[in-house]
Design a binder for this molecule. Structure first.
Ligand SMILES: Cc1cc2nc3c(=O)[nH]c(=O)nc-3n(C[C@H](O)[C@H](O)[C@H](O)COP(=O)(O)OP(=O)(O)OC[C@H]3O[C@@H](n4cnc5c(N)ncnc54)[C@H](O)[C@@H]3O)c2cc1C
Ligand code: FES
Length: 275
């Protein structure tokens, strides 16, 4: 974990209130793993006081990191106003990301990435690392299911296709692809698929992740899910971001609290206890 003054390389609106930012942060870029995040002090002043967490979206030209973010509140709107050349106080990489080649199903050949809205951000980095692994033997395949409200809200379709992923779209209003939630599309795909799947990796709104956890149990496919929580410190000190998890996969009655910022944000879906 590093705390750095990262130079802002660019900050641009890509659609609606969705922005992409690249920061020069060599130490973070060199050690970051898919699913990890950074905690940004979005202004130089005291307002807002708390840092804001954002997933690492991609590594940019080896020494930089990209984030993809929605300007929705005070902090993210302040971030959208920052200009290239300015410096931002950034801590990262933080948390535990997706387990590649480790954990249940992770060493398999066929992966499914399920993205809901801004949950797409960390999955591009994950798809890049899976694509690198793909060049080794045995060959792996990656299917990406992208969920969005409308066709205008779909994110990163081109990036996934350029990485050789097979992409399917779900929109809530049916303006493109499957009409309905991306979790329903996942069920459709699992029913249609004729080859064994290794693992599901998902990021998106909490109700979507809850449904994906249920589906992964129904179909007996291991899933890794990236959770969001309101964070105060972001480094495991305040216990403000805890979730309930099963202590042991076989005895779900015994539970323990885990910090989304420290033990997560990525968890094995089968361990998360949804209240
Ligand atoms: C590990 C992690 C990774 C994240 N990655 C991304 C990312 O890649 N791109 C992105 O756009 N956002 C991401 N978020 C969410 C992002 O941190 C919040 O949107 C941001 O902090 C909101 O700050 P704000 O001051 O703009 O909004 P606020 O004014 O604080 O809140 C605006 C709205 O956003 C909701 N909100 C605030 N913080 C969170 C949060 N942590 N999780 C869910 N809802 C929240 C509030 O309830 C409110 O409805 C991530 C969050 C976490 C915990
Ligand atoms: S935000 Fe403080 S422990 Fe997670």
């Amino acid at each position: 974990m590093f705390q750095v003054n990262a130079r802002l390389l660019y900050n641009k609106r890509i659609k609606k209130n969705c922005h992409e930012m690249a920061l020069s942060a060599p130490q973070i870029a060199k050690s970051a793993l898919p699913g990890q995040f950074i905690n940004i002090k979005v202004t130089d002043g005291l307002e807002p006081l708390l840092r804001r967490p954002f997933s690492i979206h991609q590594i940019y030209r080896q020494d930089g990191i990209k984030i993809l973010y929605e300007a929705i509140g005070k902090g993210s709107k302040a971030l959208a106003r920052r200009k290239s050349g300015e410096s931002l106080d950034v801590i990262g990489p933080l948390g535990n990301g997706f387990k590649l080649g480790r954990g249940p199903g992770a060493g398999g050949r066929r992966h499914v990435l399920v993205a809901g809205g801004m949950g797409t951000a960390p999955l591009v980095f994950l798809a890049e690392r899976l694509a690198e692994a793909k060049n080794q033997k045995p060959k792996t395949k990656t299917l990406v299911l992208l969920g969005a409200r409308t066709k205008d809200d779909i994110l990163c379709e081109k990036e996934f296709k350029e990485l050789g992923c097979e992409v399917r779209i779900a929109t809530d209003d049916g303006s493109r692809g499957f009409k309905g939630y991306v979790s329903e599309l996942l069920k459709d795909e699992l029913n249609a698929i004729r080859y064994p799947l290794s693992a599901i990796y998902a990021c998106g709104p909490t109700p979507m992740l809850k449904e994906i956890s249920r589906i992964s149990q129904e179909y007996d496919i291991p899933a890794q899910i990236s959770l969001e929580a309101h964070m105060a410190c972001g480094i495991g000190a305040c216990m403000g971001c805890v979730i309930k998890t099963a202590r042991n996969a076989l005895r779900a009655t015994e539970y323990e609290y885990k910090r989304v910022c420290k033990e997560g944000p990525v968890f094995e879906a089968s361990r998360v206890i949804w209240d």
